[in-house]
Write a protein that binds this ligand. Structure first.
Ligand code: ADP
Ligand code: MG
Length: 256
């Protein structure tokens, strides 16, 4: 069965796209078949895996509007996984979908048509609770929540938990939290340690053991259109995302 995981947080700049791209690359490196869906009109995930916009036959926009299938539009990257690209047009989908029946479930239904050809589908959500994000959360079986351990982190998190509750009672009763991922982490920061302790208290083992350190190589890689594994495999950032992939796989193994 394909596992569909949305990478989400209504806050911007917390490492959603970095996590979606690098987890996709890490799972592919570990021989899993992965589709990365870019659901953000900013298209950072698309560019971050080096997709040349001039080679794009269509985007997730055409898929959501029913003009093209995922199979028509997806692109094989040189990093071992496929990507369903986005571009700025995707912003217009919000408005254009308004007249559609079941507009929250467009992505879910398109993924169902695809069958179980992927082991993992990762969805990079935009930083807002828009119809696009609702499509991501309606399609997903679980969410990964990247977050920075800063002062208002827990408050932001309670908004997100509220959103998941709403999704559960409306479009997707089965969605669960796959894990909370501490990103841009500085182990020397007392605040980061305090927030970590509070997270553990509230969410227990939903908090990944793996933390993603602040690592300049992770910030550089997207400007070369590469996941970190294909940019600097020995960097702390690359090693951290490989550990995250391992942790995700072993958690899944222990549930089965
Ligand atoms: P989001 O998708 O949540 O808006 P991004 O993944 O785009 O966040 O990250 C925001 C910025 O921070 C980007 O410039 C990215 O390259 C950088 N960044 C993300 N994670 C790290 C990290 N662990 N170390 C250093 N820079 C990072
Ligand atoms: Mg992003």
């Amino acid at each position: 069965m394909t596992r569909i995981i949305a990478v989400t947080n209504q806050k911007g700049g917390v490492g959603k796209t970095t996590t979606a791209v690098n987890l996709a690359a890490s799972l592919a490196h570990l021989s899993h078949k992965v589709l990365l869906i870019d659901l953000d009109p900013q298209a950072n995930a698309t560019m971050g895996c080096g997709v040349d916009k001039s080679l794009v036959r269509g985007t997730v926009y055409h898929v959501l509007l029913g003009e093209k299938s995922i199979a028509d539009v997806r692109i094989s990257t040189e990093f071992g996984f496929d990507v369903l690209p986005a571009n700025r047009d995707l912003g217009g989908a919000e408005v254009e979908l308004v007249t559609f029946a079941k507009r929250e479930a467009r992505l879910r239904d398109c993924l169902a048509e695809l069958g179980n050809i992927y082991d993992y589908v990762l969805i990079d959500c935009p930083p807002a609770l828009s119809l696009l994000t609702v499509n991501g959360l309606t399609a997903a079986g679980a969410v990964i929540i990247p977050m920075q351990c800063e002062y208002f982190a827990l408050e932001g998190l309670s908004d997100l938990i509220g959103t998941l509750r709403k999704i559960r009672s409306s479009t997707n009763p089965r969605i669960e939290i796959e894990g909370l991922l501490r990103t841009l982490y500085d182990p020397r920061s007392t605040l980061a340690q305090q927030v970590s302790a509070q997270l553990r208290e509230h969410f227990g083992d939903k908090v990944y053991e793996t933390v993603i350190p602040r690592n300049i190589r992770l910030a550089e890689a997207p400007s070369f259109g590469r996941p970190i594994l294909a940019y600097d495999k020995s960097s702390k950032g690359a090693q951290a995302y490989l550990r995250l992939a391992d942790e995700l796989l072993s958690r899944q193994g222990s549930r089965e």
